[in-house]
Design a protein around this ligand. Structure first.
Ligand SMILES: N[C@@H](CCC(=O)N[C@@H](CS)C(=O)NCC(=O)O)C(=O)O
Length: 209
């Protein structure tokens, strides 16, 4: 069985929702506050030297980090193209482009803003954090424009993909729900649409209430 190191509402939710969607068997291990708790840091660090969630351990013991890599692998394991367009499918290029944008550009901004004292000592932290969040907002606006152009209800248009699962989780993170509803209504709609899927209902509730 796949093991997922998680914290409710954290990036592990992106993976948990996909595991639930595919109906793959998995078990959860709560990582705890890896920003502050040295015991939690040491425990996760023994599995993943990055000390990040999501961390996934495959049935053969192989450790996986990186939510995008897990997303691609889970589609393979599930033998499904429901969330990852198959090779040469029409939406494959756009899927790759925006999946990688999410994890290479937007997601790292949380590492830089969630514990700013790691990067900016002293009182500079707050301004720095606000600036990172402003930069993140500008990246979300780029995704919003693309989503609007494609017409919904999903990020890529009529085709649901794992990108919508990332959105379903990330709209709960700073700048948080009210900002997304007001400023990126198309992203919000894509997030809401997949959050309502019966296959993910229990996992979604566990993470976001
Ligand atoms: N590149 C990783 C990023 C994972 C990540 O940043 N996770 C956050 C929680 S949502 C984390 O564990 N942060 C702890 C830290 O940065 O020390 C992925 O895509 O899975």
């Amino acid at each position: 069985m796949i093991q997922l190191y998680e914290n409710p509402g954290w990036g592990s939710a992106i993976v948990e929702l996909q595991l639930a969607f595919y109906g793959l068997p998995y078990s959860l291990i709560t990582a705890g506050n890896v920003h502050q708790d040295p015991i939690a840091r040491a425990a996760l660090g023994r599995v993943n030297p990055l000390i990040q969630v999501p961390t996934m351990v495959l049935p053969n013991g192989e450790v996986m980090t990186e939510s995008a890599a897990m997303t691609l692998l889970l589609a393979d394991l599930a033998k499904s193209d429901a969330l990852v367009p198959r090779a040469r499918a029409k939406d494959r290029a756009a899927f790759f482009r925006w999946l990688i944008f999410l994890v290479a550009s937007i997601y790292p901004s949380f590492v830089y803003s969630d514990a700013p004292e790691r990067f900016v000592p002293g009182n500079g932290g707050e301004t720095y954090q606000l600036n990172v969040i402003e930069h993140r907002k500008s990246m979300w606006k780029v995704m919003e424009a693309e989503c609007a152009r494609r017409g919904g209800p999903f990020f890529l248009g009529k085709r649901m993909t794992a990108i919508d699962f990332f959105l379903a989780c990330m709209v709960h993170w700073r700048p948080r729900e009210d900002w997304f509803k007001a400023e990126t209504p198309n992203l919000w709609r894509a997030a809401e649409t997949v959050s309502a899927l019966p296959q993910v209902a229990a996992a979604y509730k566990r993470n976001f209430g």
